[in-house]
Design a binder for this molecule. Structure first.
Ligand code: INI
Length: 163
């Protein structure tokens, strides 16, 4: 029996973080959590790019272009949708989740979901470096694990491919 799993070694990875500006006080903490996790796991100074978009609705569009660029091993999407702030919460949150999932499936790249969907600002703060952790950090760790897993599974270009 073989057990195949990824690692948390980010030293050979190139990762893009897509951050939405809506609820920026929250999303900048998610971005910081994602960057800190990547640095703790050895990402190269040139291995990380941060891309801003207006809102969570736009995360998937940017992620798709980044995936098509073939510059990255994984893409981390972070954003924050608060129910109390929008009567179209379901549309914005649902489209962010569906869109990001679709980009992941269609591109074959790990595209992870660090989007807080909460009822209140307090719940969002708790998930952006407060008492319930940091969704940006979680999404980065998932991206590193999936990218290193894909290399083993041959789903992403491995270092040996162009030899
Ligand atoms: N975008 C968010 O990221 N979070 C929200 O809570 C939000 N609200 O409340 O509406 C939001 N709306 C903007 C949306 O993501 C798009 O940027 C906009 O609809 C333009 O396409």
């Amino acid at each position: 029996m073989r057990i195949i799993e990824g690692t948390l070694d980010a030293s050979k990875l190139r990762i893009a973080i897509v951050v939405s500006r809506f609820n920026e006080l929250i999303t900048e903490r998610l971005r910081d959590g994602a960057i800190a996790a990547a640095e703790e796991h050895g990402i190269d100074a040139d291995g990380l790019d941060v891309v801003w978009v207006p809102g969570a609705f736009e995360l998937a569009m940017a992620a798709q272009l980044l995936a098509e660029s073939e510059e990255y091993d994984a893409i981390v999407c972070v954003g924050c949708v608060i129910r109390g702030e929008t009567p179209h919460f379901e549309y914005v949150a649902g489209e962010a989740a569906r869109g990001i999932g679709a980009v992941a499936r269609e591109s074959g790249l790990p595209v992870t979901f660090g989007v807080i969907t909460s009822d209140t600002l307090e719940q969002a703060q708790a998930r952006a470096g407060g008492s319930v952790g940091n969704k940006g950090r979680e999404a980065m760790l998932a991206a590193i694990e999936m990218a290193t897993l894909f290399t083993q599974l041959g789903g992403a270009e491995s270092e040996d491919d162009d030899d």
